[in-house]
Write a new protein. Sequence first.
Length: 112
Amino acid sequence: MSDWKERLGVVFSTNPDYKYETSAEAETETLDPSKQNLKVWLDRLKGGRVATVVRGFVGSDDDLSALGKELKKSCGVGGTAKDGEIIIQGDHRDRVVELLTKAGYRCKKAGG
């Protein structure tokens, strides 16, 4: 069996008809950009650095990464996209809101 890593911690069964079922998490379906309600925050990171944070994205990790990559490229800076957030290095709130609105997302600047 090639799925032995998924079965670590499973007790051996003597039942020859036993079928081990893996609990695959269902990937979140990405909402249409017009149905997304994003908030753009300014956050302070460790060391006093400033970052622009986009929160509220509903969708798959691949779509989140693609959107994050596009925003980072357009702003010309680094960042990351994980856990439903996109973090862009520096204060780029106005540019990010402009880019997201142009792409069809509903977004606004939030407190920060």
